[in-house]
Design a protein around this ligand. Structure first.
Ligand code: F6R
Length: 609
């Protein structure tokens, strides 16, 4: 998804911005651009200088001329929405006089209407983008100051934006604004940064201010101030980002996906750290803002997320039902927000998101809050929009996840749900003995994850065995079903092999028709009360000459191959069973030569509709 980075200070700005853009590459993009304020000469303001390129940041870098000096600039990576990827459509966009430059994330909903009005007034558009209307609105604004010009322009705009604006006549500042698309200020010593993602600035400063929707800011080299789009001043106290700049590096791995899969034992250790209370066989989740009496009053739990986070939420709902006996279910936030949901005051809503910025999830949270619901967030990125919008919640502490495809964050999110379920369970009817049993199981996870990861060579061999498949079926029952869904998503998004996920119980109701030797099945077969049922499903597949790869706690005779994973408590088994299938998807994609960290057509955080 689009990325913004900006700088004002004393340093040479172009290399800084290019480095920032490289750190945003993981979000997915198709073109990039940079604009800087050139040096002022003989009492004249410095002209804006711009370079744009379709393709990767390195292609932009190659186009940047040698003489491209300046100490203020903004840059962008674009993910096409209005208009194809091209040099013209890449951001920044400028007005005819080259005075105003804008980079923009988000979508301006009334762009066509505004474009028609501006065209009728004689404005000539150079791109097909929605963003360009904003440039012309700012350029034509009658207000005196840049802040007021931007404010005046934004008043005409409907939609979402994170924007950064440079103006040749106001070359001591960058003005930024946020509505539904993240904007983070980085506070340095006599220098200021702005970005859409802390990844672009942690190498330079860890002091950040995250803007709220409806907030704007003016950045000068030695000062910043924040205010609303209506003009009233807001207070912004910088917070410290807990992630180190190094955690964004590849750390000796060939891809971020491999690095992040490999980090899972440590990541799970982190989400557990400091939270277990052995005395009462429960856990402390400091930020829930839900006391025991309120927790007892919850009659239903509804979990909302998208993609992998939704799958983590499905496992979370099962954990909550099993451990706390509260009816719970998960639904894609992208569906929920459009079906005019009945919002029940006794239901606790839980929004799940790695990035904390996914627009569909954020919009669902805002709709729920508007209707008076209580919403908790289960989020990875501290201070992100969903975390701030929620009434409370818990962070999953997975550390930065750079690969577009989510792995360690899925695992940590499920563990965070296990903690929430245990907490709610111990407030209700979960016994001390069962609480202790789950805690012991949670404590075993990091070592068991390391055991699974140590089996990578065997999983790689198996991936090669199945890499000829054009399509794969993933099946599981109850606890195994969301694991199957997530594993199927992993395989398709990173290898582009078509994959379907079905409850094993549904096979004979239709999908069995697909089974033949060319359509292998991955079966999730935990050693629990459904083991025999799962074996029966494998039998049905074998009878149709289907190949089977089982993920199980013991070798499965009916399967052609089995990946054996360590057994934990039944409730916690899903946390472990998905991990070998992350490696399976990874090695399949690697063997096929795929762009692992940036699969085609996908973006890391989907901050638009
Ligand atoms: C899949 C994947 C996506 C995200 C989804 C939600 O590997 O990463 O399906 O899970 O776009 O993103 P977050 O969790 O940031 O809300």
């Amino acid at each position: 998804m689009c990325g913004i980075v900006g700088y004002i200070g004393k340093r040479d700005v172009a290399p800084l911005l290019l480095e920032g853009l490289q750190r945003l590459e993981y979000r997915g993009y198709d073109s990039a651009g940079i604009v800087i304020t050139g040096k002022a000469a003989a009492g004249k303001p410095g002209a804006l200088k711009m370079v744009k390129a379709k393709g990767r940041v390195r292609e932009l870098e190659a186009k940047v001329p040698k003489r491209f000096a300046g100490t203020t600039g903004i840059a962008h990576t674009r993910w096409a929405t209005h208009g194809a990827p091209s040099d013209e459509n890449a951001h920044p966009h400028m007005d005819a006089e080259n005075k105003v430059a804008v980079v923009h994330n988000g979508i301006i909903d009334n762009a066509s209407e505004l474009r028609a009005k501006l065209t009728a007034d004689g404005v000539v558009f150079l791109s097909e983008t929605d963003t360009e209307v904003l440039v012309h609105l700012i350029a034509r604004a009658q207000a005196e100051t840049l802040e007021e010009k931007v404010r005046e322009a934004l008043r005409h705009v409907e939609g979402t934006y994170g924007v950064a604006v440079l103006h040749a006549d106001f070359n001591d500042r960058i003005v930024v604004a946020r509505n539904g698309s993240p904007v983070v200020l980085g506070i340095g010593e006599k220098e200021m940064f702005v970005a859409s993602d802390v990844a672009a600035l942690v190498a330079h400063t860890r002091q950040v201010v995250t803007l709220d929707d409806g907030e704007m800011a003016t950045l000068k080299a030695d000062d910043f101030r924040t205010y609303t789009t209506e003009g009233s001043t807001t207070t912004a106290t910088p917070t410290t980002v807990e992630w180190e700049a190094e955690s964004y590096d590849m750390g000796g791995h060939d891809t971020y996906m491999h690095k992040e899969i490999s980090e899972q034992a440590d990541a799970v250790d982190r989400v557990l750290r400091g939270r277990i209370d052995d005395r009462f066989s429960t856990v402390h989740l400091g930020g829930l803002n839900l006391d025991a009496r309120e927790a007892r009053g919850v009659r239903r739990i509804k979990i909302l997320g998208c993609g992998t986070s939704y799958h983590a939420g499905q496992i979370g709902a099962q954990l909550i039902e099993e451990l706390a006996r509260i009816p719970a279910d998960a639904e894609p936030a992208s569906e929920f927000r459009y079906r005019n949901p009945v919002v029940d005051p006794d239901t606790l809503y839980v929004a799940v998101s790695q990035s904390g910025e996914t627009y569909d999830v954020l919009a669902a949270v805002q709709e729920l809050k508007r209707k008076g619901a209580r919403v908790l967030g289960v989020v990875n990125v501290v201070g992100s929009a969903i975390a701030r919008e929620a009434d409370g919640g818990t962070y999953v502490h997975a550390g930065p996840e750079v690969c577009v495809v989510s792995t360690k964050c899925f695992t940590n999110t499920v563990v965070a749900f296990a903690l929430l379920a245990l907490h709610l369970g111990r407030i209700r009817d979960l016994s001390v003995a069962d609480g202790k049993r789950i805690i012991d199981g949670l404590r075993r996870l990091p070592e068991q994850i390391s055991e699974i990861l140590a089996n990578e060579d065997e999983i790689k061999r198996l991936a090669a065995e199945y890499a000829d498949a054009k399509s794969m079926m993933f099946i599981g029952r109850v606890r195994g079903y969301p694991v199957a869904r997530e594993a199927s998503l992993k395989l398709k998004e990173v290898s582009y092999i078509h994959a379907e996920a079905y409850p094993a119980s549904e096979l004979k109701h239709g999908p069995l028709a697909l089974i033949e030797p060319a359509m292998p099945t991955v079966a999730i077969v935990p050693d629990d009360d459904l083991l025999e049922k799962n074996r029966a499903a494998m039998e049905e597949i074998k009878a149709r000459s289907g190949r089977i790869l089982a993920v199980a706690h013991q070798v499965q005779e009916k399967a052609d191959h089995t990946i054996v994973v360590p057994k934990n408590e039944n409730e916690l088994d899903p946390i472990l069973m998905g991990i070998p299938l992350q490696l399976f998807a990874y090695h399949t994609a690697l063997a096929m030569g795929r762009d692992i960290d940036k699969p085609r057509n996908l973006a890391k955080s989907v901050t638009v509709e």
